[in-house]
Design a protein around this ligand. Sequence first.
Ligand SMILES: *Cc1c(COP(=O)(O)O)cnc(C)c1O
Length: 447
Amino acid sequence: MKGFIDDANYSVGLLDEGTNLGNVIDNYVYEHTLTGKNAFFVGDLGKIVKKHSQWQNIVAQIKPFYTVKCNSTPAVLEILAALGTGFACSSKTEMALVQELGVSPENIIYISPCKQVSQIKYAAKVGVNIMTCDNEVELKKIARNHPNAKVLLHIATEDNIGGEEGNMKFGTTLKNCRHLLECAKELDVQIIGVKFHVSSACKESQVYVHALSDARCVFDMAGEFGFTMNMLDIGGGFTGTEFQLEEVNHVISPLLDVYFPEGSGIKIISEPGSYYVSSAFTLAVNIIAKKVVENKFSSGVGKTGSDEPTFMYYMNDGVYGSFASKLSEDLNTIPEVHKKYKEDEPLFTSSLWGPSCDELDQIVENCLLPELNVGDWLIFDNMGADSFHEPSAFNDFQRPAIYYMMSYSDWYEMQDAGITSDTMMKNFFFVPSCIQLSQEDKFSAEA
Ligand SMILES: *Cc1c(COP(=O)(O)O)cnc(C)c1O
């Protein structure tokens, strides 16, 4: 497509009014259909800008530290750095990525619950001081390897006691906090605050009520030990909808006013991940194989109307690639069929699979789709979080290309917010896109 510089993955096509994400996808589907049908992403960076202004409109008092592990593609990190978010990193690699963008160490927190010693040393060397901790072994490692560490005690919420996060429990109990505070005193480690996390699957307001009163308890306990507590981290788990963020704010803001009032010198931060990126990326995949499963009652016998076949479709991306989060979460996202089909076309029970032929590589267990063919495209939206890991050894399929876009109106909004691409986003090339509307002729020609 003209207007998108192909060899620079930072090039961002600016869309005129009247063109939209759908047109961009149409264009790339057409292009990829001619060049081998590899899967691809389209990233709408304007969505990230919008999420940030939504955050500032609803919970301005809470500073977001974007959780890098959700999507560490350089363009995402660079735009967030320009917007002025902090960054929550789980590893040395993530810290280094963010620092390369010129983000100062005060705007980076180290949130891995299980830290490798060499990475703690790295954090110490580069001046990343704020880190989370939920047990004595970690505290001792921090004491030995990071003289300037400022620790947030990570307390459990009822949410993860239920085993919501894949049976992995992080965060400690109130009782153990007292013990950890004692240890910290002995080890001469500075405790500066409390962190908790409520997963997106559990946004029961009661969980926040308890977590915030527990946090207040720990602040008071820490005060008895002589620690100066000045930071509260309320974790991530925001899906990105305005509604959810408002609900959470509705529950927590009166409690914050009581327990951690403005003027108390306590800084409130958060670790949103999916919130910023989920809706910004759309994935287009191609169907590479198809199996027809005949209804067993009808095999060999004359067909009757009720003995419909079901279909298994294999796509060129799966859980060992962009759908990695499918292995741990059970989100049944139903894709959109890209080709046009008639409203009254019959629908069949279908399942969707990745290319590995592994039985874990199932993306959609059961959905109703018109009959598809090898070479057809499926479009998955909300694919911005947890989709961009390096391919595992299992997967020798090529990783999808990423194409970036932004509407002119989001672009102007960004400029109005004082973010100019020449100073703050040096690696971006914003170029007017020349999308031709109406791709229909092309598609019918190809079919
Ligand atoms: C992944 C992660 C997050 C972000 O979670 P979202 O649900 O994507 O907001 C926040 N904190 C920690 C410690 C994480 O591991």
